[in-house]
Design a protein around this ligand. Sequence first.
Ligand SMILES: Nc1ncnc2c1ncn2[C@@H]1O[C@H](COP(=O)(O)OP(=O)(O)OP(=O)(O)O)[C@@H](O)[C@H]1O
Ligand SMILES: Nc1ncnc2c1ncn2[C@@H]1O[C@H](COP(=O)(O)OP(=O)(O)OP(=O)(O)O)[C@@H](O)[C@H]1O
Ligand SMILES: [Mg+2]
Ligand SMILES: [Mg+2]
Lengths: 257, 257
Amino acid sequence: MGEIISIINQKGGCGKTTTAVNLSTALALLDKKVLLIDMDPQGNATTGFGIQKADLEKTIYTVLSRKDTTPEAILPTMVEGLYILPSNIALSGAEVELSREIGYHSILEETLKEVKDLFDYILIDVPPSLGILTLNALVASDSVIIPIQAEYYSLEGMADLIKTMNLIEERLQSPSPIKGILMTLYDSRTRLGRDVHQEVKNFFGEREYIFKTTIPRNVRLAEAPSYGKPCILYDQESSGTISYMKLAQELLKREEE
Amino acid sequence: MGEIISIINQKGGCGKTTTAVNLSTALALLDKKVLLIDMDPQGNATTGFGIQKADLEKTIYTVLSRKDTTPEAILPTMVEGLYILPSNIALSGAEVELSREIGYHSILEETLKEVKDLFDYILIDVPPSLGILTLNALVASDSVIIPIQAEYYSLEGMADLIKTMNLIEERLQSPSPIKGILMTLYDSRTRLGRDVHQEVKNFFGEREYIFKTTIPRNVRLAEAPSYGKPCILYDQESSGTISYMKLAQELLKREEE
Ligand SMILES: Nc1ncnc2c1ncn2[C@@H]1O[C@H](COP(=O)(O)OP(=O)(O)OP(=O)(O)O)[C@@H](O)[C@H]1O
Ligand SMILES: Nc1ncnc2c1ncn2[C@@H]1O[C@H](COP(=O)(O)OP(=O)(O)OP(=O)(O)O)[C@@H](O)[C@H]1O
Ligand SMILES: [Mg+2]
Ligand SMILES: [Mg+2]
């Protein structure tokens, strides 16, 4: 029942967290039961919901090291139907500790088995790397969304990312089909933006789905975390809010097809 | 003689690579002999100089695993006096392999000993993480520059970054004083930009130097990598070029004081 979707791109700052926070919120506002998992020691998604992460005793880290269960660590958010499995800097210890375990790449998949059916969607926000935390997210996921900033360096990373995902599929028998490619921080008025958009279409061609919805640069999306809430609750009229609501609707519509 | 400076911030996309590429170029244009080391498996700094990284046989990875020496792997760039020690995806193997060695945190420091005196400045571009590659860069460095994007999430990461640097100083006796904090992607017309700038001043207060020069958002800086050259060579008149030249001059002026 619960579909597990990772928001993934090893390039820094291309809008993974902003997408994880606002897409999960939009899905919950469309009456889905959603769990957002913060797999980043930076804890930006956790902060995005106004949670004081330094004080947390139960986090994704204590769950992965089996001190707590997932249900014990989950917190409600101010959005009805949206829950979060929070993170903080303690998680940075995990990369070294977990790598010593046998089957270290499927620890998250194991822990999610007991909650998978309690939710319609489980979204996972990952760090800007292809390390063990991202590996766990990919192995646990049924599919991935790849946000691509409409600039050159973001496009550059695509070949490496796809290679890594193919390796994981091959060696760990854990395919993570691409649910969709999402153009973020996209200004269609700039030549650079349009060029990268075209390059993405050339690169993925007919093989992959590129969301019709694109996310524009909108300062409200950058301001919202300083108020501890998703942009959708911070400024309902903003282009940031409208595009993430449209994205959620496009995603749900495709499920029905 | 050669001062080794890391460009560091674990937050993704805050302008580390853009700063490494353009500051190293500016220093070389001001007649300094400069080496830029790309410590990121993403290889964005390498691409920023038009190098076809997939074909490279000698890289920072082959140097760290002691197959090649630093002088053997260094390449000239189109900027006179500026050399690069390039990177590509092979470096992502290093995080796991190096961690098995004794003294794995000082491998880069060792390799740089033989070239340190050949340059006035050695700049190191690091990945968005606090892992073993960043650790090597910090231990090897005489000082660091911290680029901070003028947005909330970038500010959030400061406490964790400073904590990590203090730990390295304490446990590895390897201090890396902050040469300067650099506001990047800074739009002083937005309230968010001004708020973050003020927060940075409050956070670092009198203790640390915040560069007077700030780097504005300028699309030329984002376009330049797709032409395989630093912005300074791509568009001499742009605000991106002007601010990085000013930054280099401010840095050199402080050395004289
Ligand atoms: N569409 C947008 N408009 C304006 N600002 C945005 C938008 N999307 C993201 N941002 C801002 O850009 C910065 C980077 O975004 P974000 O942190 O979501 O990226 P990320 O991929 O999660 O980064 P990291 O790689 O560090 O995890 C943040 O300051 C965020 O608030
Ligand atoms: N001042 C600026 N104006 C416009 N675009 C910029 C500026 N600085 C950086 N960029 C663009 O923003 C994106 C992120 O910058 P950059 O890659 O330099 O950050 P980074 O910190 O090195 O990222 P990562 O954490 O992935 O290594 C890139 O597409 C870059 O071209
Ligand atoms: Mg993030
Ligand atoms: Mg970079």
